[in-house]
Design a protein around this ligand. Structure first.
Ligand SMILES: C[S@@+](CC[C@H](N)C(=O)[O-])C[C@H]1O[C@@H](n2cnc3c(N)ncnc32)[C@H](O)[C@@H]1O
Length: 282
């Protein structure tokens, strides 16, 4: 079955990714007042999702709704005010996708923004066209290709694949494909990659270990002088957490880490950063 983010919207992975996106992007755009910004999202997903019974949002935003601690961090305060507050119950409401969140951050800072969005799902492209199809943005109904113009001219790229290639999911992108997309941006631009951390199923029940692939991607990223933040939200199951891989200006790295530390503290998940503040790698 084709991947559909509607079922997953607002889950643990979205919490980590969207808080990180707001913190990093806001720090970058706030430092460039008045300049037109170019945002690229190579696995864009739908612009909006309905929050329905039985979907995964209950384990993510459902645990944070009405948590007064969220306002202890300015970026999480914005995320909460824009998307979680104002409804007595999140059920039957809407939660945004990353394209709308990026748009909101730029407009909050009064920055004109051009979005370049890619997705292979016809349903996603239809919805993106409804929202962003006014001719001011680029919407591509195909996979992004390394070094294409909309990528090499971007100021920021979000790389948020449905998963990584495996025996069960041969059509998903491989780690090397994501590296090529990240390498498409200029040295001045930033990128943020989201990756699942799956369990090493051979570890059995109880407090399972992460799979080797997750630690390999992290090691490879740190070896490239990229930064990694790993969040673990579950001791067992299939997807036990996620990793963010990023190359960003130093103040955006710091804002991202502070925001992810804060939101994970509010919800009780574990977080680690690589290299850590003492420069330790893995
Ligand atoms: C995790 S979802 C994106 C979620 C979105 N970035 C957000 O945070 O709201 C991944 C998306 O990638 C799309 N997709 C899958 N394979 C793709 C490919 N090779 N190129 C572009 N998009 C792809 C799926 O249709 C899906 O909408």
């Amino acid at each position: 079955m084709a991947y559909d983010h509607h079922d997953k919207a607002g889950n643990q992975g979205d919490v980590v990714k969207h808080v990180a996106l707001i913190a990093a992007l806001d720090t970058i755009v706030a430092a460039q007042p008045g300049r037109k910004f170019s945002y690229a999202d190579v696995f864009a997903g739908h612009p909006w999702h309905h929050l329905l019974t039985g979907n995964e949002w209950k384990s993510g935003i459902g645990k944070l709704h009405r948590n007064s601690g969220l306002n202890g961090n300015p970026h999480i305060g914005l995320w909460s005010k824009w998307y979680l507050d104002g409804r007595p119950d999140l059920l039957y409401g809407m939660y945004p996708g990353s394209s709308v969140i990026a748009w909101d951050v730029c407009r909050y800072r009064n920055i004109p923004v051009r979005l370049s969005l890619w997705d292979i799902s016809p349903d996603v492209i239809r919805d993106l066209m409804v929202v962003f199809g006014d001719g001011k943005h680029s919407i591509h109904g195909r996979p992004a290709v390394a070094d294409e113009q909309d990528l090499s001219e971007a100021d920021f790229i979000l790389i948020d694949p449905p998963g990584l290639q495996s025996r069960n999911q041969p059509a998903y992108p491989a780690w090397d494909d994501l590296v090529r997309l990240a390498d498409s941006v200029s040295d001045q631009a930033g990128f943020l990659i989201w990756l699942p951390v799956n369990a090493n199923t051979s570890g059995g029940k109880g407090n399972v270990r992460e799979c080797q692939h997750a630690s390999d991607c992290r090691e490879n990223s740190v070896g490239r002088n990229w930064h990694v933040t790993k969040v673990r939200w579950s001791i067992g199951g299939r997807t036990i957490g996620c990793q963010l891989v990023y190359r960003l200006p130093a103040d955006a790295v710091s804002a991202l880490r502070i925001a992810v530390d804060h939101v994970t503290h509010c919800v009780g998940w574990c977080v680690s950063h690589f290299p850590d503040s003492n420069g330790l790698r893995l």
